[in-house]
Design a protein around this ligand. Structure first.
Ligand code: ATP
Length: 668
């Protein structure tokens, strides 16, 4: 993906491996061909310009030349053009000075000096006779008839169509596969060549300093770099250098960044390529590119090859063939990669680093020991890591130094490194828009809201009735989630439309690795709170709960079919962590079990809905107060809910009261 590796093919003089790198390949520069071609066209016409005669009309010829008896001879070329030669004695005459100007060779221009187009030979001869008589020219002007062939334009007429077809074909090839090309780009002549970008040592400006968190991943990757730098310290004990390392993790967790840092830190050449760059519309090109990449890498060994988004070529062979037809090109590319990584040829000193966020899709042959031996899993950053990532991305910003980074990190649970980088940039944009001289806490909070829920759309037209429904819906979520212990703490509720949503409630998820059945059930209740509030207050529900229902359905199916929370289904899970099974085609359970799952899910959701409604009926006054406050202020915070419902803290008397109310038999 975002590859900003700069290309540099200069030889590295102090390559620290035992082998000296070969000098960089000299690629033939096709600009020479283009230059020669243009020279071929332009020079003759340029020369032609020098010797060319001046174009005139018959009238000018008769009046200025014939009348003075200055014509030495006339040549009729191809019965079309009359080329006029002027007598030498007129060379100094001011009227003819121009046409006698010295030609390239130095002497006077030998002619033809003038030319004009004739209608037909007969009329020309007749007119010339009449002219000679009219101006008393005693000696008839010699007229010769010649045929001249312009070989240059003739050849060009033949060659040009071929050149144009060739150029068009080349252009199409570049367009079809040449996006983001590294060295050389794609053309007819290097179509099967690898497009990997080579970063020589010390040419990447990203270092491990720019990678926050990811401590374990960093250590593993550093070890690889050490292998390449000091292979002896490992090989003397008999250890073999690993062949491949695969970085696996959700999008934006820093896989490409880590690879860039390796390029910056490793003192070895680094080839970077994206998996999709191998695949072309022609079968065999991908395999040829893989071969070429490994050939180039072996010449530069010790070195690292980085293949980003390897799932583009490494997807399980034969998978999906049933639906989409097998992809020969991708499979042959993958086969070539497998062979190169573990074939007969030795790859000593070439380590392959790959990144993907779909490890489950990869072919098992690619992941087996001997190919990608090491799997490094990158996860979404935890609180401490997010704080460190914030620090890295705050470096270029001018920000208020009283800013509490811990607080900021706490506001971004579930965010990836890329999200945090985006929020820091967004906060700077918000501050700049407000003409502030430094970025402060409120800008960061605005940026987070914007990233999570989209841009505020205050201009959206919402009728007072709809606004009331939205307020009660959001108040329903707020009240239920406030009253249930295991739901994440609420931060604020808003009825200002943002992005696609008409209102939203913000929660601060706690970073827990495990979630109990009660937590799941209470979460279902909190999600259904909006719909339940609408039914209690207005007597009917609206379409506004679509998103809630979608979440509830997914969660309920997970509880029943994956987590084994349902007594009737029992302790079984139909989850497929390998991703090898296509659930939409082939269900891993019988029809009867499928029916039972559907029944149990429906029962689970119905129970949660009844519980939610009972809770809200019990707290109807509070619900109304929260909704009215929302209608008045549009955004309300945790403190406002505390004023209405009491604090959520267990030690607090109000909290205890709340807890007592929750343990009401209706909810048990
Ligand atoms: P994808 O799987 O979508 O390709 P990725 O894991 O390769 O994503 P990167 O491209 O490495 O993600 O990360 C995107 C951006 O996020 C980086 O350029 C960087 O600004 C930021 N980022 C991600 N993780 C970190 C981190 N650990 N420290 C600092 N910045 C990070």
């Amino acid at each position: 993906m975002n590859d900003d590796f700069s290309e540099d093919t200069r030889p590295s003089d102090a390559n620290s491996g035992s082998r000296k790198p070969n000098p960089p390949e000299r690629r033939f520069n096709w600009w020479w061909i283009y230059l020669l071609f243009f020279a071929f066209i332009l020079v003759p016409s340029f020369m032609n310009n020098f010797s060319s005669s001046k174009e005139i009309s018959w009238q000018q010829f008769e009046k200025d030349i014939l009348s003075r008896n200055a014509v030495d001879k006339i040549e009729l070329v191809n019965k079309e053009t009359a080329e006029v030669y002027i007598k030498r004695e007129f060379a100094k005459d001011s009227a003819f000075k121009d046409v006698f100007k010295p030609s390239f060779g130095g002497g006077l221009n030998a002619g033809p000096h003038y030319s004009f187009t004739i209608g037909s030979v007969e009329t020309f001869e007749q007119k010339l006779d009449e002219g000679e008589k009219k101006y008393n020219i005693a000696q008839a002007i010699p007229v010769t008839y010649v045929n001249k062939v312009n070989w240059f334009w003739n050849i060009l007429g033949w060659v040009l169509p071929f050149v144009l077809i060739f150029a068009f074909w080349n252009f199409l090839l570049r367009r079809s596969g040449g996006m983001g090309m590294g060295a050389g780009g794609t053309s007819v002549f290097n179509f099967g060549k690898s497009t990997a970008t080579l970063v020589e040592k010390q040419k990447s400006n990203v270092s491990f300093n720019d990678v926050a968190g990811l401590e374990e991943a960093r250590q593993e990757v550093m070890e690889i770099v050490d292998f390449l730098k000091n292979p002896e310290s490992f090989t003397k004990l008999g250890a073999k250098i690993p062949k491949g390392v695969i970085l696996v993790g959700p999008p934006g967790t820093g896989k490409t960044l880590l690879a860039k840092a390796v390029a910056g830190e490793a003192q070895v050449p680094f080839f970077s390529i994206s998996g999709s760059e191998f695949v072309e519309m022609f079968v065999g090109v991908g395999a040829s590119r893989v071969r070429d990449l490994f050939k180039r890498a072996k010449e530069k060994a010790p070195c690292i090859i980085f293949i980003d988004e390897i799932d583009a070529i490494g997807r399980s062979r034969g998978k999906g063939a049933f639906l989409s037809g097998s992809n020969d090109e991708r499979e042959s590319t993958l086969n070539q990669l497998l062979t190169e990584m573990d074939g007969f040829g030795t790859n000593s000193g070439v380590i392959i680093l790959a990144a993907t966020n779909r490890a489950d899709m990869l072919d098992p042959a690619l992941l087996r020991a001997g190919r990608f031996d090491r799997h490094i899993y990158l996860e979404l950053p935890n609180l401490k890591e997010r704080e460190e990532i914030c620090k890295v991305h705050l470096r270029p910003l001018i920000f208020d130094h009283t800013l509490d980074l811990h607080f900021l990190a706490a506001q971004t649970p579930g965010f990836s490194g890329a999200d945090i980088a985006n929020i820091c940039n967004e906060a700077a944009l918000v501050a700049a828009r407000k003409k502030k001289d430094r970025v402060d806490k409120s800008d960061f909070l605005d940026a987070i809201d914007r990233t999570v829920a989209g841009l505020e759309r205050k201009s959206k037209i919402i009728s007072p009735e709809e606004r009331k429904i939205i307020a009660y819906h959001e108040a329903g979520h707020a009240v239920v989630s406030w009253l249930l212990r295991n739901v994440d703490p609420l931060v604020k509720v808003s009825i200002i439309p943002r992005g696609k949503s008409l209102g939203a409630a913000w929660y601060l998820p706690e970073e827990k690795q495990l979630k109990s059945e009660t937590a799941f059930t209470e979460h279902l209740c909190a999600t259904l709170g909006g719909r339940a509030a609408e039914e209690i207050v207005f007597g009917e529900v609206s379409s506004g709960g679509l998103d809630d229902l979608e979440k509830v359905t997914k969660e309920a199916y997970m509880m029943v079919a994956y987590y084994g929370f349902n007594k009737k289904i029992g302790n079984v899970s139909f989850y497929d962590s390998t991703g090898q099974r296509d659930m939409s085609i082939q269900k891993p359970y019988s029809e009867e079990t499928g029916r039972l799952i559907d029944e149990e899910v429906r029962k689970l959701v119905a129970d949660a809905y009844i519980k939610t409604k009972e809770l809200l009926k019990q707290y109807l006054d509070s619900l109304k107060q929260v909704a009215e406050l929302l209608l008045k202020r549009e955004v309300i915070f945790k403190e406002d809910l505390e004023n209405i419902l009491g604090t959520r803290n267990d030690e607090n008397i109000d909290g205890k009261k709340v807890k007592e109310k929750i343990t009401n038999p209706a909810l048990a």
